[in-house]
Design a protein around this ligand. Structure first.
Ligand code: FAD
Length: 165
């Protein structure tokens, strides 16, 4: 952006996600910025939901949750500059389907088979085989430098369909 072109200009930023807010914040030091947001809250996908259950209050980040030093240099700088507090986190995954009485978590065998009956569920085994195949094959595709292939396309290529729980 050429500053001379922007001097005295009014700038409209559409959207108050992290991109819009960061751009608006940076530009607002010099220019008159107006942020337009169609939602009734700021932040876009970066959102924290507060709910209560049986008298207990739960605070859950529904969108942006984790980042790391290696892949987020600019976001790190922004957080440092704004003194945004951060906490260490470990990435984990778990799923619960109460209507099917099915639960599992990723990471290790204990989590996958926390419900012993998962050992006897053919569709569960099929899902695990599909996941292993997906990882194996996807690495192969990445080595072939297929940068523009979406996850959906990779799934179709490997004929992987959603498990029928
Ligand atoms: C469930 C979930 C978990 C995620 N977890 C992570 C994570 O752990 N780590 C990570 O790095 N990323 C994560 N992401 C991705 C990350 O949240 C997004 O990449 C990032 O927040 C996108 O920011 P953005 O500003 O580009 O867009 P958005 O956050 O989508 O913001 C766009 C904003 O523009 C507004 N808007 C759109 N059109 C208009 C219009 N015409 N007029 C006015 N306003 C408009 C929208 O309402 C929205 O507020 C997650 C995303 C989701 C959905």
């Amino acid at each position: 952006m050429h500053e001379s072109r922007l001097d005295g200009s009014k700038i409209a930023v559409i959207g108050s996600g992290i991109s819009g807010l960061a751009a608006a914040w940076a530009l607002s030091k010099k220019y008159q910025v107006t942020v337009f947001e169609s939602n009734n809250y700021l932040g876009g996908h970066a959102n924290t939901a507060v709910c209560s259950h049986e008298g207990e209050r739960f605070v859950t980040d529904t969108g942006f949750i984790v980042f790391n030093d290696r892949n987020y240099p600019h976001l790190n700088m922004l957080f440092d500059h704004l003194k945004v507090p951060i906490e260490n986190s470990n990435m984990s995954f778990s799923a619960s389907f109460p209507q099917r009485d099915l639960e599992y978590s990723g990471g290790d065998l204990r989590g996958l088979f926390a419900q012993k009956r998962n050992l006897l569920r053919p569709y569960f085994w099929r899902m695990l085989i599909d996941i292993a195949r997906f990882y194996r094959k996807s690495e192969e595709y990445m080595r072939r430098d297929l940068d523009n292939v979406s996850i959906g396309q990779l799934l179709t290529l490997q004929r992987i369909t959603a498990p029928r729980f």
